[in-house]
Design a protein around this ligand. Structure first.
Ligand code: DON
Length: 332
């Protein structure tokens, strides 16, 4: 390693994605602050030191650094993909009649509803995500889990499976989510039954992924629903736009404003330690580091995304971002 005073302080432009990701990993790995999620007992058993970063471009470039191939449960990151599928299966009007698209400013498990409409604020908080899972059960019945697994797997490019131990651990301890599901049933947002809905919700949260899988799933969203490495279509085009919009405004819960300010890409975090970011039409990025901050977001994941956004000019309002290609093509 060049330690001379003339060594470049940041990753030099043109050294490729692998170099920038490796550099980011090295610069952020020393931070061991935060704590494992333990409200789902099984989650407290993971190795807290794991740290990996992966990125996949829509051209098919794949980058994986550190523990990018270590499996963990997808948790709330599943909410973004489940919302995308519900839009396709139940239709936009029905989905929006049951769940809003407004940031709540509250914690992911808050028991709050929009005072005017009685709907959950958005599909990224638990109340909204449980509503979404309920709509998938309502439309697909007993096939709902297989459908979710098929589409998630198509986006990841390999067959994914549920971690049964994490599923059971959450199902046995989820008194708060059960309370939310009963409230949603009382307001009419949930019609598929509390048990069947939570069974799907807990299982979709317990799907095992790696950062490399998540980066591929993110690249599939970036590539308007088609996995760029396999050519398989996993998601509907219109649903992808809606999903990325809600990820941008609500994906990081009560940190969403700070995230939009500093990082500026649609993202979703999970208490398993993953964060997924999507750079529209360009890149899926995922980090895995299971120590969380007080809001349930990965500490090193946030640091790595901040660094990557800066190094690569990812922010949607970065001066290098030229906006609508369609408008440019009009040739005014
Ligand atoms: O509902 C729950 O508690 C979990 N299965 C998912 C929560 C989660 O990942 C929140 N994200 N940071």
């Amino acid at each position: 390693m060049d330690t001379s005073p003339h060594a470049a302080p940041a990753a030099p432009v043109g050294h490729g994605l692998q170099t920038v990701v490796r550099h980011t990993y090295e610069r952020t790995r020393a931070d061991t602050s935060g704590a494992l999620a333990d409200y789902i007992p099984e989650l407290a058993r993971v190795d807290p030191d794991r740290f990996g970063i992966a990125a996949v471009s829509v051209e098919g470039e794949v980058v994986a650094v550190g523990d990018a191939d270590v499996a963990f449960t997808i948790q709330s990151i599943s909410k973004a993909f489940a919302f995308c599928l519900a839009l396709e299966v139940a239709g936009r009007d029905k989905v929006l009649s049951r769940v809003g698209v407004e940031p709540s400013g509250d914690a992911f498990n808050a028991i709050v509803f929009d005072a005017k409409t009685n709907r959950p604020f958005n599909p990224m908080v638990n109340a909204g995500a449980i509503t979404v899972s309920g709509m998938l059960v309502e439309h697909l019945g007993a096939e709902a889990l297989e459908f979710v697994l098929d589409r998630f797997s198509a986006a990841a490019g390999r067959r994914l499976a549920v971690d049964e131990a994490v599923f059971r651990s959450e199902a046995e301890t989820a008194h708060r989510n059960r309370g939310i599901a009963h409230l949603l049933t009382s307001t009419g947002a949930l019609t598929a039954g509390v048990d069947a809905t939570l069974d799907l919700y807990f299982r979709q949260c317990s799907i095992l992924v790696t950062a490399s899988d998540l980066a591929r799933m993110g690249a599939t969203l970036a590539n308007i629903g088609e996995n760029p490495l396999t050519g398989t279509t996993a998601f509907a085009v219109d649903a992808v736009r809606a999903t990325l919009a809600v990820m941008f405004t609500c994906g990081m819960y009560n940190f969403a404003g700070n995230w939009a300010f500093d990082v500026g890409v649609p993202a979703k975090s999970g208490v398993g330690g993953g964060i997924l970011g999507v750079v529209n039409r360009q890149l899926g990025i995922a980090t895995y580091s299971p120590r969380l901050d007080g809001r349930g977001n990965s500490v090193r994941g946030i640091a790595a995304f901040r660094e990557l956004a800066e190094e690569l000019g990812l922010h949607v309002f970065d001066p290098t971002n030229r906006g609508s290609a369609m408008l440019s093509a009009l040739g005014r």
